[in-house]
Design a protein around this ligand. Structure first.
Ligand SMILES: Cc1cc2nc3c(=O)[nH]c(=O)nc-3n(C[C@H](O)[C@H](O)[C@H](O)COP(=O)(O)O)c2cc1C
Length: 226
């Protein structure tokens, strides 16, 4: 393969142009994070910054959101994963905050305070088994977890002074509806049935079809447990 000249690239429609996107939301999974405040009052907020490694979830959370505050004070959360079919409920919580009064910058963008997020979303709380925040009964997957560490982002000296937090959540229990379980296995999820909701530059998408057989999938999932 030779090097593409810029003329070749242009004619083939593959020219790259440096741009400066205000956001880098290239498509990640949406969840509703449930947390509780100091008085035990539950909050529920959409989140799309999560990645997984081993039995840990890393969450990207604004420190001054009610969720950020609750995570710092109580150290517990449930990551409630909607399927693409629950997109309406997620969207009902967009532009809402558990903060009262609404921080000025958010008020300017159209955010409003909502105390009962479950009612606003039309969802029912279900007690969790290992943490205080409730689960979302209607959603097919719940991951209960405890904060292992909070990493202040952007070079802030502490979480209290940071705007953004990377929250390391050790998963303590996973609940999944039976319809998503892989036949013949006690602990596996069938990826052909699981249809996560994806946020792609502020807009909602589902998954496309499976692209091709995966070499990585030749490894038995149990191998990762070790
Ligand atoms: C689909 C969607 C994804 C979002 N992803 C994130 C995220 O990853 N991290 C974050 O801090 N806020 C995210 N937000 C914005 C928060 O939900 C928003 O700041 C909300 O006011 C937080 O609520 P709270 O103040 O009650 O915690 C997202 C919002 C939507 C609708």
């Amino acid at each position: 393969m030779g090097t593409l000249t810029s003329l070749d690239a242009h004619t083939r429609g593959t020219r790259h142009t440096p741009i400066s996107p205000a956001i880098l939301y290239f498509g990640t999974q949406v969840s509703l994070l449930s947390t509780v405040d100091d008085s035990g009052h539950p909050n529920l907020a959409p989140n799309s910054s999560v990645w997984w490694l081993g039995q840990t979830a890393m969450l990207g959370v604004a420190a001054r959101s009610q969720t950020g505050r609750n995570l710092m004070s109580s150290g517990e959360a449930v990551i409630n994963l909607p399927s693409v079919d629950h997109v309406d409920a997620v969207d009902r919580l967009a532009l809402t905050t558990g903060r009262d009064p609404v921080p000025e910058r958010k008020a300017g963008a159209g955010y409003r305070h909502v105390r009962d997020k479950f009612a606003a979303a039309g969802l029912r709380p279900l007690p969790a088994e290992t943490v205080a925040p409730p689960r979302v009964a209607e959603f097919p997957v719940h991951l209960e977890g405890r904060v292992v560490a909070i990493h202040p982002m952007g070079g802030a000296p502490s979480a209290a002074e940071a705007s953004l937090l990377a929250v390391e959540l050790g998963i303590t229990r996973v609940h999944v509806v039976d319809a998503l379980r892989m036949a013949g296995h006690s602990d596996r999820i069938d990826p052909t049935r699981w249809r996560p909701l994806i946020m792609n530059f502020q807009r909602f998408f589902g998954l496309g079809d499976e692209a091709m057989p995966s070499r990585l999938a030749s490894i038995d999932e149990e191998w990762y447990r070790g």
